[in-house]
Structure formats: C-alpha cells, structure tokens
Design a protein around this ligand. Sequence first.
Ligand SMILES: C[S@@+](CC[C@H](N)C(=O)[O-])C[C@H]1O[C@@H](n2cnc3c(N)ncnc32)[C@H](O)[C@@H]1O
Length: 300
Amino acid sequence: MKTEVLAGLAREQKRISPKYFYDERGSALFEAITELPEYYPTRTEIAILESYGDEIARGVGDSSFLIEYGSGSSRKIRLLLESLRPSGYMPVDISCDHLLAAAEAIASEYEWLNVYPTCADYSSDWELPFTRDGVRKVAFFPGSSIGNFEPTDARRFLSGVRRTVGEDGALIIGVDLKKSTDVVERAYNDAEGVTAEFNRNILHHLNSRLKGEFNPERFEHLALYNEEAGRVEMYLVSTTRQTVMLGGEQVSFEQGETIHTENSYKYDAPEFTSLAREAGFNLGGSWRDESNYFEVFLFD
Ligand SMILES: C[S@@+](CC[C@H](N)C(=O)[O-])C[C@H]1O[C@@H](n2cnc3c(N)ncnc32)[C@H](O)[C@@H]1O
C-alpha cells in the first residue's frame, strides 16, 4: 500500500486509488451516500433487481455458487437470494471489518445459506480460496463499480472474472448509463456534503494506515462530469501550499493542486456489451429502469 500510494502521489497529476476510500468509516460513509436523494444509482439498481430478480434468476438457472465483488453491506444480493437459492455465497471486499459484519448478518438472516466472506483486493492477482465442482459459478458485480476502472483495465478485470467463473459461469453486473451532466454531477455533489466527507476519508485512511499527517480539512471536494470522456472525475483540492508527512516521506502540494481520487465511467449499453464481449462474455439478458439511468446485465 505504501509503495503504491507514494508512487501515485509522486506523479505530475497526483492520484490515489479509490479502493483506499474504504476502511470502516469509508464503508459507513458510502452507505450514507446510498440514502441521499441526489444519489440515484443505488435506488435505481435496487428497483431493477426488485422488478426483474426472478427473471434474472431464471436466466442463471437452478444450480449456482455466487461470488460478489465489492459486496459492501451485501444489501443487493438479498434481492436475488430467494429466487436463486445458491449453494454458497462468497462476498469479496477490501474493507474487512465491514465485510465480516455484513457476512454475519446475512448468514443469520438466511440460515440455509453457506456464506464464505473473503477479504481481498479484487484488482490484484487474487484467486478464489476454494472452488466448487458441479455448480455454476456466478459473479455478481453491482453498484457500477466497474466504472472505477479505465476501460482497458475494465476489460482486463472482466477477463479475470471470466477465468474465475469458468466457461460455464455467468456474470450479473450493474452499470450506470450515460445521461445528462446535471443529474450525474448532482449525484456526486450532494447538498449535505456526505460525498465530500467520503472523498476526504481517503486521507483519514492514509493517516491511520501509513502514519500520515494529512489535515483532511485542508482539502476540498471536487467532482465533475467529463462528458467527452464519459466519466465523473473526483479530486481533492489542496486549499493551501503545504507539505505532509506520509509513510516517513514528505509530500508537497501547491495551493489549488489536486489529487485525483476516482473516475466513474458511464457507458452506453452497446458500448458495455462489446467491452464484455471482448472479455469473453455473451449477453444473456439486460434490464433497465424507465428513465434509462441504469442497466443490469446478465452475461454467459
Ligand atoms: C461503491 S461501493 C459498492 C457497494 C455495493 N456493491 C453496492 O453496490 O452498493 C464499492 C465496494 O467495493 C469495495 N471495494 C472497492 N475497491 C475494491 C477492491 N479493489 N477490492 C475489493 N473490494 C473493493 C468497497 O469496500 C465497497 O464495499
């Protein structure tokens, strides 16, 4: 982590990977974001899963073992569990304490379900801790977290998912669609400032993990939609000229200098389908909301 973070902060455009938003506080802040009126993705994807969960489950078939990437609170998988009745559920997340608490809750709520929480960084070379023969492995990747990858990295990641689930496996994935700048920018600039606090949490997290001395209040939240590139870009802007100790090294900032903390790519349906096809997935079905904000895809 230290090597990766310091290398990112040594670049001309300083950057920190969005995976470092998530410690326990970051996960809690993300949950708060999902409740905000401006943040349409969570409630839209949930509405799609509520309306079409049975249809999606029919597309998957009778025998499945579920692997959820970036499972967070495991809220959305609940909408598929009864119709899928998988032989096991493996939530995978980098925010370990939050993962374990969510896994315990789901295991006690669904007594028939075998739950295998797995703390891992899915963007690294990780492998399933064990495999199951004779059941179809089904990856679930909701929340449009695929949009946090650059498109070429997204293709590489999806190829890895293909290898993980095998040739007879499947992928259920939620994708935020391209839409008007207004709607998108409002979602990442809420009136209460929860997203701003979530953004600054990356610095709190670095302080605790890498003996950092960031004063997060000296950084402002900035999120804008780059329509040409089809992505929301999120930054922390240094409000002053400052030098900060991190992992035993000094990192300097000019006033107004930015740290890039997240991209969130939005896709058109054909664009995403062809990206998935390049990673070896064939479209099995897709479901979207009436406003055309969000789409859930099933790939075989
Ligand atoms: C945007 S939240 C989405 C949570 C949930 N899947 C949803 O749709 O509401 C991203 C989740 O992925 C996890 N995460 C982010 N980067 C990760 C990585 N590289 N490896 C594993 N988990 C990651 C975070 O801890 C968080 O729980």
